[in-house]
Design a protein around this ligand. Structure first.
Ligand code: HEC
Ligand code: HEC
Length: 268
């Protein structure tokens, strides 16, 4: 073998070895990329799950099962298979979720089944429209909801609300009337009271009958509770955002306000 031939021979080997190394790294890189993408998707769902528990669970249920008389299930076959056709949405389900959550919903499309928390039926969530969440956070919520597709069970029929005609006894007692209003006015969607509701958007009200008197100096518990409902901006409970609906002054009558306050005063 001449020197030139030898150099060509060694050169070819070098190129072949480099090629193999590049192929090897490239192949593994693809696997690493796949793993990374999977990891990222899982992370997104996890973040979405946390946001859902804080912001959405109170109305849509911890596992998206919905709350009859308040907000629809999202973890069910009807939502995945029929909902966008039902409302005439042109895009895909992910777009529908992101758009609906971002803007909230002024008026429920199914007011008899899922009236929501009054007006708006669902608050606006995107900071683009004055809500509390960023776009990327809403995307994680969509990922979390879409993650239910495989397990979404249930009937394609809509959930029926159990009839809840109040008894004469309930109608005679202001605290019992207040409980009905608490459930019907959407308070339950945002507030938890042990044994009554699990909302987590606002503070837990299990002992609010006691704490109310400690909130604003010079205010009795009753005065504070009254103002909390009709003018939520007057005092912001520490650690909570200003998410309480602002229109109860218009939607709740004076008599209803008395009942709600009586009901809250009894929570101690
Ligand atoms: C105050 C109660 C309330 C809260 C809190 C709430 N929602 Fe809703 N949501 C509703 C109501 C009411 C509707 C409208 C139902 C209708 O139009 O039939 C709705 C509709 C939706 C829809 C469309 C469902 C459909 O079948 O068309 C999605 C998706 C959704 N909400 C996601 C969320 C997410 C995510 C959060 C938390 C960031 C959230 N919601 C918080 C009450 C609420
Ligand atoms: C969309 C969510 C939402 C709805 C619906 C809602 N609240 Fe609230 N509420 C909040 C948030 C968030 C706070 C804490 C911020 C603040 O103080 O305004 C709060 C605060 C309160 C407080 C003060 C609690 C304390 O510990 O000092 C009371 C009382 C209260 N709400 C009662 C009600 C009643 C009664 C209703 C129904 C008529 C209702 N809320 C409906 C979100 C909500």
């Amino acid at each position: 073998m001449s020197r030139v031939q030898l150099e060509i021979f060694l050169g070819s080997i070098l190129i072949a070895v480099t090629g193999f190394i590049l192929l090897y790294v490239g192949f593994n890189e693809e696997k690493r990329m796949e793993e990374f993408v999977r990891y990222q998707a899982a992370q997104k769902i996890e973040v979405g799950a946390q946001l859902f528990e804080i912001n959405c669970r109170g109305c849509h249920g911890l596992r998206g099962e919905g709350i009859p008389g308040l907000a629809p299930p999202l973890n069910d076959a009807h939502f995945f298979q029929a909902r966008i056709a039902e409302v005439g949405w042109q895009g895909g389900l992910e777009d529908y979720i992101i758009a609906t959550v971002s803007t909230g919903r002024q008026v429920s499309t199914r007011p008899d089944l899922y009236p929501g928390a009054g007006s708006p039926a669902m608050p606006t969530w995107s900071d683009e429209f004055g809500g509390p969440l960023r776009k990327d956070q809403i995307e994680t919520l969509a990922a979390f909801i879409l993650n239910w597709e495989a397990t979404a069970t249930g009937d394609v029929e809509l959930v029926q609300i159990p009839s809840s005609e109040p008894s004469a006894e309930e109608l005679a007692d202001p605290v019992a009337r207040g409980l009905l209003l608490y459930n019907q006015s959407g308070c339950a969607g945002c507030h938890a009271i042990e044994g009554i509701s699990v909302g987590a958007v606002g503070p837990n009200l299990t002992t609010v009958g006691d704490t109310a008197a400690t909130r604003i100096e010079g205010y009795s518990a009753e005065e504070y509770l009254r103002e909390s409902i009709v003018n939520p901006l007057a005092y912001l409970v520490e650690g909570y955002d200003d998410l309480m609906l602002k229109n109860f002054a218009d939607t709740v009558s004076d008599a209803e306000l008395d009942d709600l306050v009586a009901f809250l005063l009894a929570q101690r």
